[in-house]
Design a protein around this ligand. Structure first.
Ligand code: CA
Length: 374
């Protein structure tokens, strides 16, 4: 951190004491062993962050605020981030444009919200039947993922940083049990992204309904099933009150959130503030991912206790086999249409081939043994 941008009160006061040749009283902060900081206001950088989440959105909203708090603390107050929740800027799915056009210096969303802007974006959050959280972290940080992410965003005048992962998502809340492929054909389901495209290929009637209307749509049978996230994020939505079957997932084996940054704004930052920004995002990669593990465990226990009629199901093997087959079709189409998509898919597949072998003889084997032994 460049010290010339600010002076501590201790230094100022010491200077004053020397000048005036007299002793001085120590401030309460100094008495506690801390030195209060006086910052040259002309050196304070203030940015605005557009979040895709409402101010009270569970887990995610607090994580965004922690990024701002960490940046302020690490910079000694020289770098201030004002977070605008989606209920303020009114564009939860428009964060990409807000940052690209410079209305906000930075934003936070999962990259797959911007598939409509650029198809490659749909591959950076998660891929159906793809990498798990641990595997994807390895790919991002050491397996070439970050380089591909930066390349994709550079095309739009932005940078992107990982900012935490939801971990494995549930398959969604279903009002009736799915016993065969026939049960799923014609089913009306809210499921966005690639998962939705793949479900559509096997005959699901995929519908897109804003989050705020989902409970009522499920309650009134406008939809038969809703895919959202997992217990921690689902529980405030109330789906457990109206749907009995909670299906395990395949469509989002993890889901990375991203901080996106306008490149022109980033280039104007001093190098130390650039580093602080990157490291604050990296800290949330761990923090949010860990909090999701904790909050999902708490929320799942609450659902089991308060809503004992809720039952966990997995889709039948014929349905899953068909979904797997159609996943290859959808991803194959993407790769054929876009060299950028092909490069990301090839990189992820090559890594998955290696990482999955390792996952199988470690985590998978351990969990099987633990389950058998109790
Ligand atoms: Ca989801």
């Amino acid at each position: 951190m460049s010290r010339r941008y600010f002076l501590t009160t201790a230094a100022l006061a010491t200077g004053a004491a020397v000048l005036h040749g007299c002793s001085r009283r120590r401030s309460p902060a100094e008495l506690q062993g801390k030195s209060a900081v006086v910052i040259d206001p002309s050196k304070v950088v203030t940015w605005r962050l557009a979040s895709s989440w409402t101010a009270n959105f569970p887990v995610f909203a607090a994580s965004v605020q922690r990024i701002a708090d960490d940046i302020r603390e690490m910079s000694g107050g020289r770098f201030q981030i004002e977070v605008d929740p989606s209920n303020k800027h009114k564009a939860p799915l428009g964060v990409f444009d807000l940052v690209r056009e410079g209305q906000y210096e930075m934003g936070q969303s999962p990259a797959y919200y911007w598939k409509g802007k650029d198809p490659v974006m749909s591959l950076f959050t998660t891929v159906p039947f793809g990498l798990t959280t641990d595997e994807q972290s390895g790919w991002y940080w050491y397996g070439g993922g970050n380089e591909l992410l930066q390349k994709a965003f550079a095309k739009h005048g932005m940078l992107a940083f990982n900012a935490g992962n939801t971990n494995m998502q549930m398959g969604g809340w279903f009002k009736r049990e799915i016993r065969s492929i026939a049960d799923i054909q014609g089913l009306k389901m809210r499921v966005p992204g690639l998962g939705g495209e793949i479900y559509a290929k096997i005959g699901v009637q995929v519908v897109n309904i804003p989050g705020g209307e989902l409970y009522s749509a499920l309650e009134k049978n406008v939809v038969d099933a809703v895919e959202w996230v997992g217990p921690a994020i689902d529980i405030p939505m109330g789906f457990q009150q109206i749907a009995q079957y909670y299906y395990t997932g395949w469509q989002e084996p993890c889901a990375e959130l991203h901080v996106i940054v306008n490149k022109q704004s980033y280039d104007q930052l001093p190098a130390d503030l650039q580093a602080i920004l990157r490291i604050a995002c990296k800290a949330q990669s761990l923090d949010l991912t860990s909090e999701m593990v904790y909050q999902n465990a708490m929320a799942w226990e609450e659902i089991q206790t308060k809503y004992p009629s809720v039952q966990v199901r997995s889709l039948p093997s014929d349905v899953l086999a068909e979904l797997r087959k159609q996943t290859d079709v959808v991803l194959g189409e993407m790769a054929a249409q876009s060299p950028e998509c092909k490069a990301v898919l090839d990189s992820q597949r090559a890594f998955l081939k290696k990482s999955r072998k390792w996952t199988e003889i470690t985590t998978l084997e351990y969990l099987k043994i633990s389950q058998e032994l109790g």
